[in-house]
Write a protein that binds this ligand. Sequence first.
Ligand code: DQQ
Length: 468
Amino acid sequence: MTKSLSSTGQQDFHRPSYHFLPAANWMNDPNGVIQWKGRYHLFYQYNPDGAYHANMHWGHAVSDDLARWQELPVAIAPTPDSPDQGGIFSGCVGNHDGRPVAVYTGVNDDYSVQTQCLALGNDELTEWRKHPRNPVVGEVPAHLGQRRDFRDPFVWRQDDQWYMALSAHIVGVGGAVLLYRSADLIDWEYLHPLYVGDRARHGRNFECANFFRLGEKWVLIISVQWDQAPTNTIYLVGRLEDLRFIPEREGVYDAGYSYASLMHFDESGRPLIYSWIREGREVDLQRAAGWSGVQAIPRVLSLDSQNRLLSQPVPEIEKLRRTRHRFAPSDIAPVDLPVRGLALDIEAEFDVSVADTCGIELAVAPDGEEKAAIVYERDTGTLRIDRHYRRGESEIDSAPQGLAHRPDAGDMLQLRILLDGSVLEVIADGRSRVTSRIYPSSADNRGVGLVAPTALRALDIWEMASIW
Ligand code: DQQ
């Protein structure tokens, strides 16, 4: 049984040190990400009452460099006797003629009524005034056959109009992204579904759809609720014809704990994406820790020549790199490396033709029994994360994670790994992503090891500075 850290008196080594999370309490989806007058603003689903999902507000943090964040007071709170009295659910911030406008879902007390609302911000984005015409989108289109899942507005400018993608589902069919149009963000016209998923392939319900142009293509990123499987995020790349999205390629955005991703273009035009990394431990343990939910390191998006969606952590976090440990293949005989740490940034290259499996082990216990292994399995073409705990921890998810992956020609596998306390972000060749959570039972679980050292071609490990 894992004890609460307050009861053991230990420092909370599960708590990340270079990923953003509020000082305490519950956080989930990123909301309203925007660069405003040079500063990056991150809003997020936040419960000021504790480390559990309820009483949603928009928390607020700012950053000048995307590496260090400062938590500010809550930005938007529910208003009694209004369409958002039960919570301020997810949404975005648009720049309407130089004014910041938050577009979000307001919910009633049991979340059965979900409507789209506006709040007008001051120039610091710290004070928000609810629009007197809320809700600006109140009617659920009848053809959905349901009224409960109708949320997460994502707005963009196109041809001098505002467009809004809303996430929902059509009963018996699958997830749906609904398209609306407005001149002023206040009066909205429902056009039609921008895209309708197939329930067997794309899940039961869509949340947090993002729709944006990357070069010649349009990209749809969706957070998916499935009938049986855990939630995940998928992406589709295609074209826009008569304001309907025609996908040409689809893939998994992240096969793990990353969810509710939200992108924006920063002032230099970079497409940046943020994601909530949810917990992999029971609610009681989250409450005992006093915090729940972490933001992924923001990533830069691009498409490769095959229109696969690439994402790389923003280069700004490299300024947090401290001691570097560089290993050449000739150095590496031992399986255990002379590096220890729970806050590491790793770049590794393996030749997958050399061994059946290769990879890296992290958070390894002194006796080797507990660890997280990031393993590439050549025969099945699978990138896996195996979490080994000393005893069965029923309160902690230790199910194997993974997704299909094959390096392109040349057999070289590039891994980028961000380890930060209980957070593990893994990106293979820029295009296959698995986010994980690990909860070592001891702060001594800091070892780093190699699976099949002979397959290693290059390895850099940086110890990371804390942002607090
Ligand atoms: N989280 C929000 C919803 C959204 C969901 C509520 C996704 O707006 O659909 O906290 O995690």
